[in-house]
Design a protein around this ligand. Structure first.
Ligand code: MG
Length: 359
């Protein structure tokens, strides 16, 4: 690990990591401190360290340095300088949804995913979808299945699941009720991040292999206000006049193709939505915005910017679980890594230090 200063000292069940930050990260040096049991379970580290405070009345962003790893501080500083120089008109944010914008642990348990929270009115169909999950999910992560074969399996899984939603007569009301009853929550600081970006007309594209209509409902119910700069690229449903699902629009997006065509799909979406609400500076801008801030919780999320010939990209990772086994790979792959289901305050801090004042 080149300039990263991660020291793993195993003493009396404590895990310590020391991380060096570029100058624009404050404070520059800090320490992660939490017990190994918290470390493994991915819970409790934040509160046990008592390091995080909500944004205070003066708008000061809480310090998350104790759960932050930066492998190459000078590279990060270089990238931040290039993005700062090009200005907000050249930046776009590309974010994964589940376990990136949302918390991994909610109320002490693994939080719901946007797909997993859905309950149909007909419980028989919930059981059928669960049976598909139990069959296909292990195949999705099987190391012995070639990618072409796996892609076909994923198409099969998503296709069957979508058909069950139609066949079972899913209503929009069930989506609303499912979201209301779900254990899903945004990371603290997500609203402040969206607000900061909205004020500067910086688009946020949320890429997901889940369901756009559910993600929108989660945004509506959990954030309570719309953001003109947030767009969702995901599987989109079509309902009839009775509010019953009749079909899916466009190309099927599953876990293995989510990144391939996402930017192509986002372009027309931006143009359309840009026209409809007068955000001309956002319309058709996806490919012109050649600097990217990418947020993800899987190494595969790094491919979300594949369709873009970007100039500078800062990638931010959230390593929520199994930290010990993944920290080396994740901290190499992402420019900034937040551990242990950290809040979004570090990203708020990062963008607000790019352009502290709004013209
Ligand atoms: Mg995710």
């Amino acid at each position: 690990m080149s300039s990263c200063r991660i020291l793993q000292l195993r003493q009396s069940s404590q895990f310590f990591a020391v991380t060096r930050f570029p100058a624009f990260f404050k404070p520059p040096i800090s320490t992660i401190c939490f017990s190994s049991s918290n470390f493994r379970s991915g819970t409790g580290a934040v509160s046990s360290c008592n390091t995080l405070r909500r944004m205070n009345a003066h708008g000061v962003v809480p310090d998350v340095s104790k759960v932050t790893v930066v492998d190459d501080p000078s590279l990060l500083e270089e990238k931040a300088a290039a993005i700062r120089l090009a200005g907000p008109a050249k930046l776009q944010v590309i974010a994964d949804f589940d376990a990136t914008l949302t918390k991994y642990i909610v109320n002490g348990r693994r939080g719901d995913s946007s797909h997993g929270l859905l309950r149909q009115e007909n419980a028989e169909y919930d059981a059928k979808r669960l049976a598909l999950y139990q069959y296909y999910h292990p195949l999705e992560f099987s190391p012995s299945i070639p990618i072409e074969e796996k892609t076909k399996l994923m198409e099969e899984w998503w296709g069957k699941t979508h058909n069950l939603l139609i066949e079972g007569g899913l209503t929009y009301d069930s989506i609303k009720e499912s979201v209301a009853a779900s254990e899903i929550a945004f990371r603290e600081g997500v609203v402040e991040l969206f607000e900061f970006l909205e004020e500067r007309d910086i688009p946020v594209l949320i890429f997901s292999a889940g369901l756009a209509d559910i993600i929108e409902e989660v945004l509506r119910q959990k954030i309570h206000r719309p953001f003109k700069n947030v767009r969702i690229v995901s599987n989109r449903m079509e309902f009839n006049s009775d509010g019953r699902l009749i079909s899916f629009k466009g190309k099927l997006i599953h876990s293995l193709n989510k990144n391939e065509h996402a930017l192509d799909m986002a372009g027309p979406l931006h143009e359309h939505l840009g026209d409809s609400n007068g955000l001309n500076n956002l319309g058709a801008s996806v490919k012109d915005r050649t600097n990217v801030l990418l947020l993800g919780d899987h190494l595969g999320d790094l491919r979300m910017s594949d369709g873009l010939d970007y100039s500078t990209r800062i990638s931010v990772g959230f390593l929520n679980d199994n930290i010990e086994n993944n920290i080396a790979g994740y901290s190499k792959a992402f420019d900034v890594l937040y551990l242990n289901d950290a809040p979004m305050w570090g990203v708020v801090n990062l963008v607000s230090q790019l352009w502290p004042t709004h013209n």
